[in-house]
Design a protein around this ligand. Structure first.
Ligand SMILES: Cc1ncc(COP(=O)(O)O)c(C=O)c1O
Length: 548
């Protein structure tokens, strides 16, 4: 018996005695898998579980065979093992597939993944913005994509110039003094900025006394984690009912033990902190530093400069603000900009324009300043640098400003389109680039934030960010980005209105509690998936012997 790809399906070496029996087993397993959408998704179930172009794809171990490879070269005649008897004696059990089978497997998997190129991706705090193909094209130019970090500096002058230029743009957009490009994500940038702050405090001889970092309740989890990781004691700044951080609350916590505040602006509730300048002044007056989490910089590029607000260190998620989407669209890049007070402590390596061209300052001893060390083995994410600069140059200063304005406009358009049905925890006031709803509107409906998210999957949308920030009950954080058209936003709003009305009228509760119905997988037990993840494939029990 052949499987749907026309070959015996069960790898003998996995102990399945009869390939045909194995196939029957696999087919039965596929068809009996209640978590598959095909299992109960209509009155015309298919044998394979596929629904036309919506294909079921087993694990590569389940479709592979040991006697097949995509490319197989004969051993040379004069081959002599040179491993002194240490060579492998048995097959290691990797699944073998022909080239078309391999292509199909990965293409099918990719089609099960929702991406920004598939549709609107409203994940708040993650900025899934369109990455223009131009930026992708530039990043793939061989002079950028094929360079090696250990190449002689004279052969990578163009790449270094690009890094230097990107740094210059970041400093101009933020009005800061120094930039460290190497951190590889937002959280890594936080670590870099906080290590510069720590180095500055130690240089002042206050390393032992200033050990507290203030972090508002609404902060991203990476903020307290970063501070704690490098030995600071984290003190929360309590949340207020309106979502803002107030200078009087900060002042109450200030003392000679405070090293810094880590404040996100715009904050994770999608609001611009109105007292940010006053907070910066209070922090500086107390001899501490202001770390700004700049992950949401995409809301204010060209509108406000962190340097003008009193920021000492801020990371910029290049992957959120300047092109590539966050997360699966990775990799990330989290350059850190530093104020004049902190610039001597920026880490190595950095690019410097020398007499003979651009130089890489690689060692602390080669820097005139006092770098705290290095964050990465090499120089950071070259591909991200290229995408970011390409984004900046293709937009220009007016275009970047407009992107921020459009991101804010789009979030407010969604707020206005849904505020009569869904509840806004801080009142119906303008937001920045993302709009935050809570679950008060779902009270007594028996439908939860999670149910709404799952029903959105059936509607063809990736869910919004759920249950973050933690200061809001049942949070639903929606960030449409500037990339979406009015038509796309209108359809999204209409879909959410339809879901909201169905949830509140209670007419079709199953639409929520059983969702998703149409995804390749039905709803999983998320607690079990998180606590007891099955990360290893185990060959099925030998069918023939089990039957005896
Ligand atoms: C407010 C905030 N801070 C920090 C981070 C961490 O950034 P990364 O995921 O690149 O480490 C994020 C990520 O989305 C964020 O939203």
């Amino acid at each position: 018996m052949l499987n749907r790809q026309g070959r015996p399906s069960a790898p003998q070496a996995h102990g399945v005695a009869d390939p045909a029996a194995g196939m029957g087993d696999q087919a039965a397993r596929l068809q009996g898998d209640a978590s598959r959408a095909g299992a109960d998704a209509g009155s015309h179930p298919t044998f394979t579980g596929n629904k036309a172009l919506a294909q079921i794809e087993p694990l590569i171990f389940e479709i592979g065979r040991y006697d097949t490879t995509g490319v197989d070269l004969d051993e040379p005649d004069d081959f002599k093992p040179r491993l002194g008897g240490l060579e492998r004696k048995e097959a290691i059990g990797l699944p073998g597939l022909s080239e078309p089978e391999t292509m199909r497997h990965y293409v099918r998997l990719s089609q099960m993944n929702y991406g920004i190129d598939t549709g609107l991706f409203p994940l708040g705090s993650c900025t899934m913005k369109h990455n223009a193909r131009l930026n992708e094209r530039m990043a793939r130019l061989p002079g950028f994509s094929d360079v090696h970090p250990l190449q002689p500096v004279s052969t990578v002058q163009g790449a270094l110039e690009l890094m230097n230029e990107l740094g210059r743009y970041l400093l101009t957009l933020t009005n800061m003094t120094a930039v460290a490009l190497s951190p590889k994500a937002g959280a890594h940038g936080e670590l870099c900025g906080m290590m510069a702050i720590k180095a500055a405090i130690e240089a002042k001889g206050e390393g032992k006394t200033r050990n507290v970092v203030l972090v508002p309740d609404s902060a991203h989890g990476t903020n307290p984690a970063t501070a704690a990781l490098i030995g600071f004691v984290v003190k929360p700044v309590p949340a207020r009912d309106d979502g803002y951080v107030y200078v009087e609350d900060v002042k109450k916590l200030l003392g000679p033990d405070v090293a810094a505040i880590m404040l996100t602006n715009p904050n994770t509730c999608g609001l611009f902190e109105p007292q940010v300048a006053e907070i910066a002044k209070a922090i500086h007056d107390a001899g501490a530093y202001f770390y700004c989490d700049g992950a949401n910089f995409n809301a204010i590029v060209g509108k406000a400069k962190p340097g003008d607000l009193g920021v000492d260190a801020m990371h910029i998620n290049l992957h959120k603000t300047f092109s590539t989407p966050h997360g699966g669209g990775g990799p990330g890049s989290g350059p850190v900009v530093l104020s004049e007070r902190l610039s001597p402590f920026a880490p190595v390596p950095f690019v410097r324009a020398g007499k003979e061209g651009f130089e890489l300052v690689e060692h602390e001893t080669d820097a005139a300043e006092k770098p705290f060390g290095r964050m990465t083995a090499f120089h950071g994410q070259m591909g991200m640098y290229v995408r970011a600069l390409s984004y900046m140059l293709s937009h220009g200063s007016d275009g970047m400003k407009q992107a921020s304005e459009d991101a804010v406009l789009n979030a407010n358009y969604i707020r206005a389109g849904l505020s009569d049905l869904m509840s806004l925890p801080f009142g119906n006031k303008p937001c920045m680039h993302e709009v935050l709803f809570d679950d008060a509107w779902l009270k007594d409906t028996g439908v939860t934030t999670l149910d709404i998210a799952k029903a959105m999957i059936d509607e063809g949308y990736h869910p919004m960010t759920m249950y973050f920030p933690l200061v809001v009950h049942g949070a639903m954080l929606i960030e449409p980005t500037e990339s979406e058209s009015k038509a796309s936003l209108d359809l999204f709003i209409a879909t959410l209105r339809d879901l909201a009305m169905a949830a509140t009228t209670g007419n079709d509760k199953e639409r929520f509690t059983g969702a998703p119905y149409h995804a390749p997988r039905r709803r999983l037990d998320e607690t079990r998936a998180a606590r007891s993840p099955v990360l290893k494939w185990t060959p099925p029990a030998p069918v023939a012997e089990a039957a005896e």
